[in-house]
Design a protein around this ligand. Structure first.
Ligand code: ADP
Length: 257
């Protein structure tokens, strides 16, 4: 009989299991597709904003630039700064694409203390401020050096952008892995904005209106990288006091894909 052929109860279970797997797959596909749609529409919007500014200043230059040095200076300043912003955004979009490709990751034994030192040393000069490293012992984990560096850089650069005092990077060796903490004493993030902070293009309102720097992509790249590394990213912040971001990197990459 049919039941015998399909292995009775087991067969039914398997069918049900297959159906569940299929449904899960479809759901995943749909949600990936929607994420991509959303991304393309957000990206076009975000790229159009600087482009519109560049266009209108170019028109202003064409109309009133020839005999007016002030107009020329204002227009060129805006054009150069908005071009820079667009360039950064495009670079970050490419980074985002790279960080979701499993094959760009290469896992090997990494000395985290050395890595943190390598990232921070040149930044002290560039940022023109203290960046302290706190570590009690040396930590080794099996991870991708390049991507951990990129992730760390994103966190440090946010600490630079949103604070003006010293920055602290701490390394803590745990049984299951290593935790890197980046701490600043800056403006902080309101509690109600924390859940969105890792979303693509999301920026806290007060930063969105600022003219300089920032694309809202940094932390979404950090999150994507962390997922690939099997690492955990957590954030704590108090307005007016500062922000602490922790990256926990497992000793071995069992859970990462
Ligand atoms: P952005 O390029 O705008 O810095 P991110 O994705 O890195 O983009 O960060 C998203 C938003 O989170 C920022 O625009 C800012 O509003 C807030 N933010 C991130 N890091 C910090 C920090 N260390 N202190 C205060 N606000 C921060």
């Amino acid at each position: 009989t049919f039941e015998k052929m399909t292995g009775n109860i087991n067969g039914k279970d398997e069918l049900a299991q297959m159906e569940r797997t299929f449904n899960d797959m479809m759901e995943q596909l749909e949600s990936n597709y929607m994420k991509q749609e959303q991304f393309v529409s957000n990206a076009s919007h975000e790229l159009k904003t600087p482009l519109t500014v560049i266009e209108s200043y170019s028109r202003l230059l064409a109309r009133r630039g020839t005999d007016n040095p002030e107009v020329v200076e204002e227009a060129l300043t805006a054009i150069i700064s908005e071009t820079g912003r667009m360039k950064e955004m495009i670079t970050q979009m490419l980074d985002l694409a790279k960080s979701s490709e499993a094959q760009s990751f290469e896992f090997k034994e990494v000395n985290i203390n050395q890595l943190v030192e390598d990232v921070i040393k040149p930044l002290r000069k560039v940022y023109g401020r203290e960046i302290f490293i706190e570590a009690e012992d040396v930590s080794f984990v099996e991870t991708d050096e390049k991507f951990v560096k990129q992730l760390l850089f994103i966190l440090l650069d946010n600490a630079r952008k949103y604070s003006d005092r010293e920055i602290i990077a701490a390394i803590e060796n745990r049984e299951q892995g290593t935790e890197i903490t980046v701490k600043d004493y800056g403006k902080g993030i309101p509690q109600e904005n924390l859940p969105q902070i890792f979303d693509r293009f999301y920026r806290v309102e007060s930063d969105r209106s600022r003219k300089t720097g920032g694309t809202g992509l940094g932390l979404s790249i950090a999150k994507e990288i962390a997922e690939r590394l099997g690492a955990k990213l957590t954030i704590e912040s108090v307005v007016g006091m500062g922000t602490v971001i922790r990256v926990f990197i497992p000793k071995k990459r069992e859970d990462s894909q």
